[in-house]
Each structure stands twice: as C-alpha cells, then as structure tokens.
Design a protein around this ligand. Structure first.
Ligand code: FE
Length: 190
C-alpha cells in the first residue's frame, strides 16, 4: 500500500508555548512527511508493498525499517499529545505514577531517541529506544511516546531537553490516549 502522512489531530499552534507552531509545522510537514515519502519509495515494487505499517516495523531492517518506524513513531507521538493545559495534570492515575520516571528516563537518553510508556506482559513501565527503534520489536505494547530527537525541541528550547520534556509531560501528554491503549490484561497497581 501507499502510506500517507496523517493529519495532525489538533491545530499547529495548539501545543504552544511548549512546542511552537513553527516547530510543529516543520516536524510534521517536513520530518514526518520525509519518512513517509521515503518509505513509499523504498517499498515500491517489493513484497512489503502489501504489508501494513505495523508489519513492516516488526519484520524489516535497514533503511526500510528506519523510515517505517519513524513514520509509525511520529503518528503515535501526535496522538500522545493534546492541546496545552495551564498546569500540571495529575488527574490521571498514569500521570501520577509515571510523570517523574518519564522525565528521568528522557534525561538519560544519549543522542536521538524516544521515551515510551509500555506494557510488558500486563505490567506498565517506562522504556527508552534509540534512533528509530520501536518497542513492538521487543514484544512490548506501546501506550504513549515522547520524541526526544533534537528536531522535536531545538527551535524552541535549544539544548534544554529537560525543559522541553517537563513541558510535554506536565502540560501536553494525552493520558486518556495511553489509557485507551492499555490491554484488558494489564495490572493496575496502585
Ligand atoms: Fe521527530
């Protein structure tokens, strides 16, 4: 199939001031679009043309994997965010349990990567992946993700990744989306 760039689920300014419309337009319209377009070029005429994006992420390697996973990860990232709130959101039990760990794991990522809330055999936890990597490759179920590549924050926060991550975790994360991704088997420890 030919993959298409999904529309953002909100206006480009909806994530300000944590993520400016300039950053979001570039991130979605240039970076994410670039991964989708490149993936389509790479799979043209191969058996992968008949696969879903999930299948390509699970079974491919090299440049095809990198572009497929980046296309998957970015679509999941846009859905992991929602319009900015004024203050930190502790209404969700997931926010109360995992906000601090998401920040600390993000601070430990060296170079480009992603910080995920995942479900592993019914247990929820935080995991980081490098470059384009995706937890589906390790049999984990992604619930939520934060892009910590420099292109996600450099225009707005320069090298202050912690400032960007704190803004995302406290004001932008869509915890309802994460909750909707939890399987029926998950353990909801207090
Ligand atoms: Fe990105």
């Amino acid at each position: 199939m030919t993959f298409r760039l999904p529309d953002l689920p909100y206006e480009a300014h909806a994530l300000e001031p944590v993520i400016s419309s300039a950053t979001l337009k570039l991130h979605h319209g240039a970076h994410h679009r670039g991964y989708v377009d490149k993936l389509n070029r790479l799979i043209k005429g191969t058996e992968l043309e008949r696969c879903t994006l999930d299948e390509i992420v699970r079974r491919s390697s090299g440049a095809i994997f990198n572009n497929a996973a980046q296309a998957w990860n970015h679509a999941f990232f846009w859905n992991s965010l929602r319009p900015a709130r004024e203050a930190a959101d502790h209404q969700s039990s997931l926010a109360a349990r995992f906000s601090a760990e998401l920040k600390s794991v993000a601070a430990g990522v060296f170079g480009s990567g992603w910080v995920w809330l995942v479900e592993d055999s019914g247990t929820l936890g935080v995991a980081a992946t490098a470059n384009a990597d995706n937890p589906l490759r390790r049999g984990l179920r992604p619930l939520l993700v934060i892009d910590v590549w420099e292109h996600a924050y450099y225009l707005d926060h320069q090298n202050r990744r912690d400032e960007y991550v704190a803004g995302v975790v406290d004001r932008l994360l869509n915890w309802e989306f994460a909750e909707s991704n939890v399987s029926g088997k998950a353990v909801h420890a207090a």
